[in-house]
Design a protein around this ligand. Structure first.
Ligand code: SAH
Length: 398
């Protein structure tokens, strides 16, 4: 039997929990030091012993565990997980049926009722991300709960136990059939090669699906496109398929060259008609400015934090200067696609960074598209920081 520990919440912290905030923070607890073993069931009460919620202890970068129920009798057993999974599946019935899209997020942690793990679907193969040892201690029950609720060919897992969310190297295959490498998935009719057993990242970030589609369908035709922080070149592939004259992808990771080549090739695009550069983005911006290179569309989707040999980039501090760099090499009346996954600031602040950059450069602009997470990346209003994605399409005026 799992231990059930009662955690007392300091009065000044009890209100958010009462209102449905699901993430347990250490500083809110009077007896947080009693937590020893991850996976311990916890019952949160206020200083007057009023029940606040039930959940589990799991140490991860975001906090100390998650409240998963407002019912004091709830058990975290197989039926509990089955109910949550079934609800998540029902919510995504359109994506389940879609023929031109075969990859999406099937379970999104706290957005689907249970924080600490996610499940992604890649043409019948599931990839589970475990964000703490605590939630991983329920993996047997969760795997059992999947049976009969989700039809799958095989299951893979990524252990991201370290408190900084770092991936633990392992054979990620769990059960079922082993997937070919690559699995070719479809997204809005576009092919992507994904590798399910090749480290933490499989080759595509599914949260940008609608952004990619918009670039292809509404903006790319006849344009030159620069895709910075390009990873496997997903934006470039969509732009090329949308009729871009040429795409240039820039990423400093060596793997980005073969990976981007692969994504072009699985869509029958000869990579030699495009440009793929393994290079530091900040260095490339300087070079392009010096050579007076200009692009009709500049896409930027940097990590929220990145350190290379020469530069440290922090989205909340450095995004304005990144936009300035982009403005300098965007054609008149061109388009900048600015994206960030930083959970530390919201859309209003993001717009502020962009406004500041355009003002400093004395260039007028208009925001023509705005995106946050797509609906399969379910979020709840009680946990705003769960909706981390912010993407703006900004048109230069003149
Ligand atoms: N835009 C991508 C995802 C970006 S992930 C997509 O749509 O799929 C972030 C990428 O930024 C990683 O591939 C990483 O290698 C790259 N990166 C981080 N710092 C960089 C830098 N200073 N210069 C170039 N690339 C960088």
């Amino acid at each position: 039997m799992r231990q059930l520990l009662t955690l007392k919440v300091k009065n000044k912290f009890s209100k958010p929990y009462k209102n449905g905030y699901p993430l347990i923070s250490k500083q809110s607890l009077i007896n947080g030091n009693d937590l020893k073993e991850e996976g311990t069931l916890v019952k949160l009460v206020d200083e007057q012993n009023n029940f606040l919620g039930k959940g589990y202890y799991g140490n991860q970068n975001k906090g100390y565990g998650w409240i998963v129920s407002k019912d004091s009798n709830e058990e975290m057993d197989i039926p509990f997980f089955k109910r949550a999974l079934q609800k998540a599946v029902n919510k995504r019935s359109d994506l389940m049926k879609a023929e031109d899209t075969t990859a999406f997020r099937l379970f999104n942690g706290e957005g689907d009722g249970i924080g600490g793990f996610t499940i992604e679907y890649f043409d019948g193969y599931l990839v589970i991300n475990w964000y703490s040892k605590g939630i991983y201690s329920f993996s047997k029950e969760i795997l059992e709960a999947i049976e009969g609720v989700i039809n799958y060919k095989g299951i893979y897992e990524k252990k991201r136990f370290n408190t900084d969310g770092q991936y633990v190297e392992d054979d990620d295959f769990v059960k079922g059939e082993r997937a070919p490498s690559p699995v070719i998935i479809k997204e809005n009719g576009v092919n992507f090669a994904v590798h399910l057993n090749d480290g933490a990242m499989v080759g595509v970030f599914l949260d940008q699906r609608e952004v990619r589609k918009t670039i292809r369908d509404k903006y790319a035709k006849g344009k030159t496109v620069l895709n910075t922080f390009s990873y496997t070149g997903a934006f470039s592939v969509y732009a090329a398929l949308g009729g871009a004259v040429k795409t240039t992808s820039v990423d400093l990771a060596k793997r980005s060259l073969p990976k981007t080549t692969e994504q072009f090739n699985v869509n029958n695009i000869d990579e030699k008609t495009q440009s793929i550069l393994v290079e530091e983005v900040f260095h490339y911006f300087k070079y392009a400015k010096k050579k007076n290179l200009k692009f009709d569309i500049v896409i930027m989707d940097p990590p929220s934090f990145a350190r290379s040999k020469k530069v440290t980039f922090r989205a909340e501090k450095d995004y304005t200067s990144l936009v300035s760099d982009a403005i300098a090499i965007t054609e008149k009346d061109g388009l900048i696609v600015a994206s960030t996954n930083a959970a530390t600031f919201g859309m209003d602040n993001f717009k502020g960074f962009i406004d500041q950059a355009f003002k400093e450069n004395k260039v007028k602009y208009k925001i023509v598209e705005e995106f946050s997470l797509p609906s399969d990346f379910a979020t709840i209003k009680e946990f705003k920081e769960g909706n981390y994605l912010k993407v703006l399409f900004i048109k230069r005026i003149g």
